[in-house]
Design a protein around this ligand. Structure first.
Ligand code: AMP
Length: 215
């Protein structure tokens, strides 16, 4: 089967397609062409890809296409190793959701004022993008409710391992609904990450993108 070559071949929602047009992307990158159909259908993904391949849009576009904006509890959680990446991914969601009225995404990371995070979580958000430690904090306090979570993304999983967050990541995985969809992205595949995949992903489609194939 030949790969689709246009975003309009990919069954993304109308508001998401409008946003893609506005940001000026012409064709899906290889990881997008491979990941978007699987994520739209609710499947799990193991993406071996580095930054620069378009991996953020590869998960954000399909997950936003399935989002129910009327439901105010977090439906999508992205775990990221650093505050910088959390902010960057949250900004990407905001950009791709520009035509979804009432949409809210919240980056949460350590060192940031807790009061404002608590206020925004209470008001309701659809997508949370956070570093593992702070996400755990909120789960323990009960300020983050993941009972209605549909999709969990582990971004730069090997970096989270390298920074010593892997136990936290597993703890968070244990505190999300078993019915969730999971997408794990990692530039490399150390044994510990492979183990996380074996334990927490279901029939994941493996997508390997050579580091030279950037967008
Ligand atoms: P990422 O790998 O997610 O960090 O994305 C790398 C860069 O590629 C970002 O600046 C995106 O805005 C851009 N990008 C993502 N998808 C596409 C696409 N299909 N066409 C052109 N640029 C893209």
């Amino acid at each position: 089967m030949s790969e689709p070559i246009l975003f309009t071949d990919l069954a993304l929602s109308e508001p998401v397609l409008k946003a893609i047009q506005a940001v000026g992307y012409e064709v899906p990158s290889p990881i997008q062409a491979a990941a978007i159909p699987v994520l739209l259908q609710g499947g799990d993904i193991l993406g071996m890809a580095q930054t620069g391949t378009g991996k953020t849009a590869a998960f954000a576009l399909p997950l936003l296409s399935k989002l129910d904006v009327k439901q105010n509890d977090p439906q999508i959680l992205v775990l990221a190793p650093t505050r910088e990446l959390a902010i960057q991914v949250a900004e990407a969601f905001q950009k791709y959701a520009a035509h979804i009225p009432g949409f809210h995404v919240l980056p949460i990371y350590g060192g940031q004022d807790m009061t404002s995070q608590l206020r925004q979580l209470k008001r309701g958000v659809h997508v949370v993008v956070g570093t593992p430690g702070r996400v755990m904090d909120h789960l323990r306090r009960g300020s983050l409710n993941l009972n209605n979570l549909k999709s969990l993304v582990l971004d730069e999983a090997d970096e989270m391992l390298r920074m010593g967050f892997i136990d936290d990541v597993e703890w968070i995985l244990e505190h999300t609904p078993a019915t969730r969809q999971t997408a794990l992205f990692s530039a490399t595949m150390p044994r510990e990450i492979r183990k996380v995949c074996d334990n927490y992903l279901r029939d994941a489609k493996e997508i390997k993108i050579a580091s030279t194939q950037s967008t």
